[in-house]
Design a protein around this ligand. Structure first.
Ligand code: ZN
Length: 80
């Protein structure tokens, strides 16, 4: 698996798991940045910024769940 950097924050992403739980993303898969919490699309082995408004409702729902969990973890870590 090639490494990618987040187009929003330049965070180096070495682990990729798609929303379907697969380890290798394919073109069109949506990626979530663990550093900044932004959504990206995987295309041609690179990550691109996407407009979340353009995602279908089901994908946005999944995405919001992931982001919600991510925010909780971040909030807990910030008060340690
Ligand atoms: Zn990022």
């Amino acid at each position: 698996m090639k490494e990618q950097t987040c187009p929003y924050c330049d965070y180096l992403q070495t682990d990729h798991e798609t929303l379907d739980g697969e380890n290798n993303p394919v073109d069109g898969d949506v990626s979530f940045c663990l550093n900044c919490g932004e959504a990206c699309e995987f295309k041609g082995e690179r990550l691109f910024k996407i407009n979340e408004e353009n995602l279908d409702k089901e994908t946005r729902k999944k995405f919001n769940k992931i982001r919600h969990a991510w925010l909780k973890v971040r909030a807990r870590q910030s008060v340690r």
